[in-house]
Design a binder for this molecule. Structure first.
Ligand SMILES: Nc1ncnc2c1ncn2[C@@H]1O[C@H](COP(=O)(O)OP(=O)(O)OP(=O)(O)O)[C@@H](O)[C@H]1O
Ligand SMILES: [Mg+2]
Length: 252
């Protein structure tokens, strides 16, 4: 029975705990991410949203609890190369790019993160990613010369490059940590359109976002965090008028 439930999910989180000193960043957090859906995680500042992404992507290890990707358990003692092979693509709240690398460098690095490319480059056969890079940049609408350094991009353009790199990386799931935070309204709408396109293509996406208006007509399901645990969940319509949710935000 337990295995059957896990099969329907791309990610299953059970009773995850992580504390930093005295702070319980994740406190018995449990949730399920369905395949081919967009799931949002919302919640006040400091409620553990980014910590969950860090735990899933193995950047930190949880103190206890279980994380499954498909039916594979991601445990703290798994080697990093094994985690890398599971296909988790993510963006960071603060768009972590390499200042002195170009748009092309970022996308080539992302695209070459599969075993095939690694083998080819070991044998001196560098893959040609030009077409794919063009395609991805077109999808995200980043119209800058390929040799532009990350440091010469505006804040919004850096967000787009971070998203483009996540799309480029071979993956089965994308974890997007506030991809539109601080982004102007025009670009926000463009990013929403990109995410809708990815959804149509069958991507499984988890997005952390504070703005209810942004996610209302975008996501299939919402989890609301407070103090490191899920305090409410449901489709957007159910969450919009949920008293507990309003209290969590207003009491912030
Ligand atoms: N590396 C760390 N060391 C110490 N405390 C941390 C660390 N990472 C997170 N925390 C603390 O854990 C709690 C949860 O942080 P987290 O970044 O997951 O929240 P969040 O929901 O993503 O918040 P925000 O909406 O502001 O991004 C916070 O109290 C934070 O200060
Ligand atoms: Mg965060």
């Amino acid at each position: 029975m337990k295995q059957n439930l896990i099969k329907q999910n791309l990610i299953t989180i059970k009773n995850l705990k992580k504390s930093f000193g005295g702070i319980n960043a994740l406190d018995n957090c449990s949730l399920e991410i369905k395949k081919n859906k967009i799931t949002a995680i919302i919640g006040p500042n400091g409620s553990g949203k980014s910590t969950l992404f860090h735990a899933i992507s193995h950047l930190i290890s949880a103190d206890s609890g279980e994380i499954y990707l498909d039916e594979n358990e991601i445990s703290p003692n798994m080697p990093d190369y094994w985690i890398a092979s599971l296909g988790i693509a993510r963006t960071f709240q603060d768009a972590r790019l390499f200042r002195n690398l170009t748009i092309q460098d970022h996308l080539e690095i992302a695209l070459s993160q599969n075993d095939d490319s690694l083998l080819k480059s070991l044998f001196g056969k560098k893959e040609n990613f030009d077409e794919k890079i063009k395609e991805i940049l077109h999808l995200v609408g980043l119209n800058k010369p390929l040799n532009t350094l990350a440091t010469d991009l505006s804040y919004g353009q850096r967000k787009l490059l971070d998203l483009a790199a996540a799309i480029a990386k071979p993956h089965s799931i994308m974890l997007l940590d506030e991809p539109v935070a601080g982004v102007n309204p025009v670009l926000r709408n463009e990013i929403k359109h990109i995410l809708k396109e990815l959804h149509k293509k069958g991507e499984t996406i988890v997005i952390i976002e504070h703005d209810m208006n942004f996610i209302m007509d975008l996501v299939d399901y919402i989890y609301v965090f407070d103090y490191g645990a899920v305090i409410a969940e449901g489709i957007p319509k159910e969450i919009q008028d949920n008293k507990k949710v309003l209290e969590a935000y207003l009491g912030d």
